[in-house]
Design a protein around this ligand. Structure first.
Ligand SMILES: [Zn+2]
Length: 67
């Protein structure tokens, strides 16, 4: 359960494209895939990434986000 303090402190959230849940960018990774011939960043939570989810056209580059 998010506290008001945590919200004010860091409001960096993203929506995991795999499970569609809002996640903190602290526990998400950005994967590079290809959509319509263009590179695109897909944000997925660590759980989905560790579970093997990869975007279409994924070329094996995995960049972890740490802030
Ligand atoms: Zn997820």
């Amino acid at each position: 359960m998010p506290s008001e303090k945590a919200k004010a402190n860091k409001a960096l959230t993203a929506t995991c494209v795999a499970c569609n849940k809002p996640v903190s960018t602290e526990v998400a990774v950005s994967l590079t895939g290809v959509e319509d011939g263009r590179h695109k960043q897909y944000v997925v939570c660590n759980k989905c990434a560790n579970g093997g989810w990869r975007p279409p056209g994924f070329e094996g580059m995995l960049s972890f986000r740490r802030e």
